[in-house]
Design a binder for this molecule. Structure first.
Ligand SMILES: Cc1cc2nc3c(=O)[nH]c(=O)nc-3n(C[C@H](O)[C@H](O)[C@H](O)COP(=O)(O)O)c2cc1C
Length: 171
């Protein structure tokens, strides 16, 4: 798993041609969505020969995203929708010329099940990045309070979500 600032040359060379690659792009104000992103990455890598890179939109050139087999987007629910940063980044990815990619979305929310960030990211992906095929309904993970922590079951659920996604990517 690659964390922090994304360096395409290093990670692609280290990965080798036989591996599938995934990039998980997320925003996280308090760290909970980041934790979900890390669990999804761990689950995907457990599924087989997959290498995951995690990045925040501000650290990533949208053109780099074209190099990966799978593209995931995640963010917390803010005011009943996805964060402005992730929506803006998805639009930029759309301009980079994405073709035949596997995709999935995830969110963290507080209180009753929400789904609103996934819904708004889904609309942007469908309208602006038709080259990404979403292969799951997406993962909604609950936080206990505004700043977290994650509900205790959610880390395992995120890992399972990643594993299932990994299997689909390797099919
Ligand atoms: C400005 C703001 C608006 C929020 N609006 C919602 C909301 O509409 N619905 C909801 O379920 N949670 C809402 N939350 C709670 C966030 O979902 C929660 O802080 C987030 O899941 C924590 O994830 P993070 O640690 O990755 O930031 C809001 C939080 C903030 C800071």
């Amino acid at each position: 798993m690659h964390l922090g600032r994304f360096n395409s040359t290093e990670s692609i060379n280290a990965v080798g041609a036989f591996l599938k690659t995934a990039i998980i792009i997320y925003e996280s104000k308090y760290g909970n969505t980041e934790q979900v992103a890390q669990e999804i990455a761990a689950g995907m890598e457990e599924a087989g020969k997959i290498s995951c890179t995690l990045s925040k939109p501000k650290d990533l050139d949208p053109a780099e995203v074209t190099k990966f087999d799978a593209i995931l987007f995640g963010c917390p629910v803010h005011m009943n929708r996805a964060t402005r940063g992730i929506r803006g980044f998805i639009k930029k990815v759309g301009k980079a010329g994405i073709k035949r990619k596997t995709g999935a979305l995830f969110e963290t929310y507080m209180g009753t099940h929400n789904g609103k960030a996934i819904e708004s990211m889904k609309a942007v992906v469908r309208n602006k990045v038709p080259g990404i095929t979403l292969v799951s309904e997406g993962l909604s993970a609950e936080v206990m309070e505004m700043k977290g922590p994650l509900h205790e079951a959610e880390a395992l659920t995120a890992r399972d979500f990643g594993r299932d996604l990994g299997k689909k990517l390797l099919e």
